[in-house]
Design a protein. Sequence first.
Lengths: 111, 371
Amino acid sequence: MIRVVLPPHLRTMAKVGWEVEIEVKGPVTQRSVLDALEARYPMLAGTIRDHVTRQRRPFLRFFACEEDLSHEPPDAPLPDAVASGAEPLLIVGAIAGGIGSVSNETEPLAV
Amino acid sequence: MSRVRLLVGTRKGAFILTSDGKREKWEISGPHFAGWEMYHLKGSPVDPNRLYASQSTGWHGQTMQRSNDGGQTWEIIDNKFVYDGVPGTHQWYDGTPHPWEFKRVWHLEPSLTDPDTVYAGVEDAAIFRSTDGGKSWHELSGLRGHGTGPRWQPGAGGLCLHTILIDPSNHNRIYIAISAAGAFRSDDAGKSWQPINRGLYSKYIPEPTAEVGHCVHRIALHPSRPNTLFMQKHWDVMRSDNGGDSWEKISGDLPTDFGFVIDVHAHEPETIYVVPIKSDAEHFPLDGKLRVYRSRTGGNEWEALTNGLPQSNCYVNVLREAMDVDALDPCGIYFGTTGGQVYGSSNAGDSWKAIARDFPAVLSVEVQSLP
């Protein structure tokens, strides 16, 4: 089983605790783990990667084994320790606080 | 006795405020979806316990929620908003072409007849519809595709479709507004659209009377006179008496005609409300005095409503979705501020009191009048 640690908002949405375990068939990659995660928890679709582009949301990072894997190709194998279940894949929200307070300005100025 | 329920969306969650018909004591539940930006919540007119809510964060993008019990419990619904066909481009801030990219849902407008049908106004500007209670969304792409889309340009808040009005006498007629493209109308239930901006004058765009490019902040109508529209534009308060075919300025004696909200009294179709804001560069009330202005003549002649509102050192804003009226008699009117206050009046604006004082910044206020 693959262990995945979700950020707080997604734990609330999925109604799960700190860590979830999911079964991944075939090679263990970012893509296969996220596919399995979204299949098990459909409410998370679109919240970690964009529905259309399938790109990681810019204010999320993927960490494991004390490495930042965020910029690894989605089909690159994850570390053996993740594939064996010894270590979790951590999905982490940027501590910048998201873009909400910066670009979601709801008061249009002059164009 | 009738009851009133306020659906309040804020920067950090949603709150539901309920009161009996006296509207003196309020119960507050929330925050629902704590920590999320709640741009808008709205109930179905035919099933008031059916609520739809737009929930987003910078980390996780857009999610959508639905309630079947008036907000006591919620279920996640589809959040996949995919533009129809090849999206193409609109203008970016610098005038260069920029691909259409979905960012968030600004406005939800449930059908007047079917609780499972709901429209969503989104950024980058487009209108989507669900006919299965939010299980799937489909774009009404005739709006983006009617021809002027490549000339639309975002305001500082983004290229947002923020207003959707369904004509209660003719459900095939739909009005929408986009910052900063302007107002548009469909007469065939959203298949095809035309700009309705004749009479608008915007000195901040290269061609002040252009067909599109106007920063419309909000449009309102009274159900008994659906051809009469009231608009708060970036600057200027406007009205149309022919379904948007032409507009005339009704700012009259307002101290400033910049602002975001506009609304109509529930029982008096010529009584309208705005909250003047100092300017586009200074988003707070003139002279630090929070004043709602009411016109009982359909515009031009306005009176300041100040009783119960702060009249010194008040520097909040009232955003475009953040005002609504109830259907009781006398009419109640409510608005929320970026300072986290929700003010209510149970006498059509003659006096006000703070229902809540310390919410996060209020993004939207919707009112449900319940049996």
